[in-house]
Write a protein that binds this ligand. Structure first.
Ligand code: ADP
Ligand code: GLC
Length: 478
């Protein structure tokens, strides 16, 4: 089947979070099943180097204020359709934020344009290639189903995936005119959200099927606590909503081949993992202590991720002689609070503010346990990387974290199926208990080692989920 993906990020080219990892890996798994996936992606500066290797398949004199071209490139095992529109995407700063850290003012135009071109390719095809289905991801691609619907033409079916409902792409109603959207669809049954234009809402209203990235999050989304104002719409579309768990790229995240590690290892050579821990401890000048775990965090520093809660548990962690390495960036107050925590206990707490892919691998390989104390988590990928690296995930029981980690309760330990620690609710107290449980388990070397081994055998690739996407696509394409 020919499927067009429309998304704003794609690893290894441009990434701010897990969305990129998913867009960069699930197409490969679908290709193994015999499908052709092409990914429409803006040609930001980080990808524009690939344009010279591509063919121009579409040229427009004016796409909301400047010329645009779509290039087709095969790069790193992916079929990219790069939307080159320098007036929209060729700028310093990050994908969504300017150099001062504010949302680009013209984000509705930047991603309206991406959606418009997605819809055009959906309807007309490109370079002789015709998608039989269009799969759009998150708010940045949310207007694709809207534009296709308003064309009134026969269009391929659409699937919209919610990676995080906290980001809805809500903009002033004036964008309806700027983006040439139909006034007739700007109402509460369409893409209007309390007077604003809602990009995600539009996608959810008009896509044929809706998916999200874990079964638990799919049920959570129907509640006011997690649905963030869209629970009513999602409840009305419950029959069309399902949760398909994310997987990871097993070649990118492989402790047996990972060149970022000082020593690679497998379930059979777990002892070698210790060298990676030593390396991390040395790099950050942490005290070594074989009797207590080294905890790690690799995350955006935001309240979604519950990292304000973890700050309060640091004293407990230190009391237990455990140590902590944090790699992250985001909320400035949290960044400062973590730097202050590290300054206060430099032997036990190390913090690196910033985005560092290599260090992310080194932390996954080096720590004993990875903390993911999220308040909500659509899927979460870092706990999957941890499992693969024999690093025990310690997670709050929500969304995809609930679906991917088997808690080491007495029954699971007895039947040898535990792969990590889960706790609930997402509070300081419960997290503190989880840290105690982790330290207790760690001191039982035999139990801990067998849990590490089991974690490494957990199914975290795309095999199963790619088949579920395939089934969903086939149900729509007759
Ligand atoms: P989210 O997309 O909500 O941020 P995920 O767990 O799905 O959460 O994905 C986060 C991705 O971003 C993972 O690949 C993780 O390793 C990576 N990541 C997050 N913060 C950093 C960082 N500071 N440096 C390197 N990688 C990071
Ligand atoms: C979002 C979610 C995260 C998920 C990722 C990829 O960023 O916050 O939980 O893993 O998308 O689907």
């Amino acid at each position: 089947m020919n499927v067009l993906f429309v998304a704003s990020e794609c690893s290894p080219f441009v990434k701010t979070g897990g969305l990129a990892d998913v867009i960069g890996s699930v197409p490969k798994a679908l290709e193994h099943l015999g499908h052709t996936i092409k990914i429409l992606l803006p040609a930001y500066p980080d990808v524009s180097g690939w344009l010279k290797h591509g063919d121009v398949l579409l040229e427009l004199e004016d796409l909301f204020g400047g010329p645009a071209r779509v290039y087709s490139v095969r790069a790193k095992g992916l079929n990219l359709l790069l939307l080159d529109a320098p007036h929209l995407y060729d700028r310093k700063g990050t994908l969504y934020l300017d150099e001062e850290g504010f949302d680009w003012e013209d984000n509705p135009v930047r991603f309206g344009a991406l959606s418009l071109i997605g819809a055009k390719i959906g309807l007309d095809g490109i370079g002789g290639w015709k998608p039989e289905l269009v799969h759009v991801h998150d708010w940045q691609a949310g207007l694709v189903p809207v534009y296709m619907k308003q064309s009134g033409r026969q269009a391929p079916p659409t699937v919209m995936t919610i990676h995080n409902i906290a980001f809805q792409g809500l903009f002033d109603g004036s964008v309806v005119q700027t983006l040439g959207l139909s006034e007739g669809m700007f109402n509460p049954d369409g893409f209007e959200y309390w007077g604003h234009a809602g990009f995600l809402k539009g996608g959810l209203a008009f896509a044929d099927k809706i998916t999200t990235v874990s079964p638990t999050y799919a049920t959570e989304l129907l509640t006011p606590e997690f649905g963030m104002g869209l629970e009513g719409l999602l409840r009305s579309r419950k029959q069309d909503l399902s949760g398909i768990l994310n997987g990871i790229d097993l070649t990118v995240w492989d402790p047996q081949e990972d060149s970022a590690l000082v020593k690679t290892y497998s379930p059979k050579s777990l002892k070698r993992k210790a060298a990676n821990r030593q390396w991390l401890e040395d790099r950050f000048n942490l005290v070594s202590n074989a009797d207590a775990p080294l905890f790690g965090v690799v995350s955006r520093l935001t309240t979604q991720k519950g990292l304000d809660l973890l700050l309060e548990v640091i004293p407990t962690l230190i009391e237990r002689n455990a140590r902590l390495v944090v790699l992250g960036n985001g909320d400035k107050k949290l960044e400062e609070a973590y730097l202050a925590a590290a300054a206060q206990a430099p032997d036990h707490v190390a913090v690196e503010i910033g985005y560092n892919e290599e260090l992310a691998h080194q932390i996954q390989g080096g720590v004993d346990a990875l903390l993911v104390p999220s308040r909500f988590e659509p899927c979460g990928l870092t706990q999957l990387y941890a499992l693969r690296y024999g690093t025990i995930p310690v997670v709050s029981r929500t969304g995809g974290l609930a679906d991917t980690v088997v808690d080491a309760n007495a029954a699971a330990l007895a039947t040898k199926c535990a792969t990590g620690i889960q706790y609930s609710p997402s509070t300081v107290e419960a997290l503190e208990m989880a840290v105690h449980r982790t330290c207790d388990l760690f001191s039982d070397n035999k139990k801990w080692k067998s849990m590490m081994r089991r974690a490494m055998f957990a199914e975290v690739g795309w095999d199963q989920s790619a088949k579920l996407y395939e089934e969903l696509y086939q149900s729509l394409v007759k």
